[in-house]
Ligand binder design. Sequence first.
Ligand SMILES: Cc1cc2nc3c(=O)[nH]c(=O)nc-3n(C[C@H](O)[C@H](O)[C@H](O)COP(=O)(O)O)c2cc1C
Length: 192
Amino acid sequence: MFYDAVANTHGLAIDPFKALVAPRPIGWISTLGKNGVVNLAPYGFFNAVSEDPHFLMFGSGGRKDSQRNAEETGDFVCSLATYELREAMNRTSAPVAPDVDEMQLVGLTPAPSRLVAPPRVKESPVAFECRYWRTIELPGRNGKPGMNAIVLGQVIGIHIADEAIAIARLGYGDYAVGDEVFALARPKSRAL
Ligand SMILES: Cc1cc2nc3c(=O)[nH]c(=O)nc-3n(C[C@H](O)[C@H](O)[C@H](O)COP(=O)(O)O)c2cc1C
C-alpha cells in the first residue's frame, strides 16, 4: 500500500507510523523541576544520535514536563527500561501534576547521579547522565506551527550494570526483548 503521509490517509484503525520504525528503545527520562521535584516519564521517540561526543535525543509531543524541566534546570538522565520494570515504566507515563514525584509514586528508588542533579532509576541497569544542549522545534503540517520538539543532550556520564537487557517498543501496545543475537561483519571495501 501507499498513502499520503501528510494527509495521513492510511485507512487503518491506528496510524502505523510508529510501528513501522520499530523496535525503538525506551528512554526513561528523569528530570528535576524548578521546584526540585523528581519527574520521570518514558519516551519511545528516543535514541543515540552521535558518538564522539555522545549525544542523545528524545522527542516530545507537546511541551511536557520532561522537556520543560530539561530546558529550565539544564540536565536530564535517561535510564533504560527492562522487562522487569515494564509495569513501572508504563505507570510513569500517566499524566500527573508537576508537584508529584513520579519515581516515588510508582515505588522506584532514586539513585544519585554523579555529574547531574536528577537521580537515575536505581533498578535500571543502564543510565545516561545528560547535559541539556538544545531543543529543536518541529514545524506542524503545511507550514503551520507545530507542537513537537526534539530535546538534545550530551551524555556526560554512563552507568552500566554487568547484565543489561533493555526492552524496546514495537508499535501499538507491543514491546520486545532482544533474545537472539547474530553477528554481521562490516564490508572492508568502500565499493561495497
Ligand atoms: C512506552 C511509551 C513511550 C512513550 N513515548 C513518548 C514519546 O516519545 N514522546 C512523548 O511526547 N510522549 C511519549 N509517551 C507518553 C509520555 O510518557 C507521557 O505523556 C508522560 O505523561 C509525559 O510525562 P512528562 O510530562 O512528565 O514528561 C510514551 C509513553 C509510553 C508508555
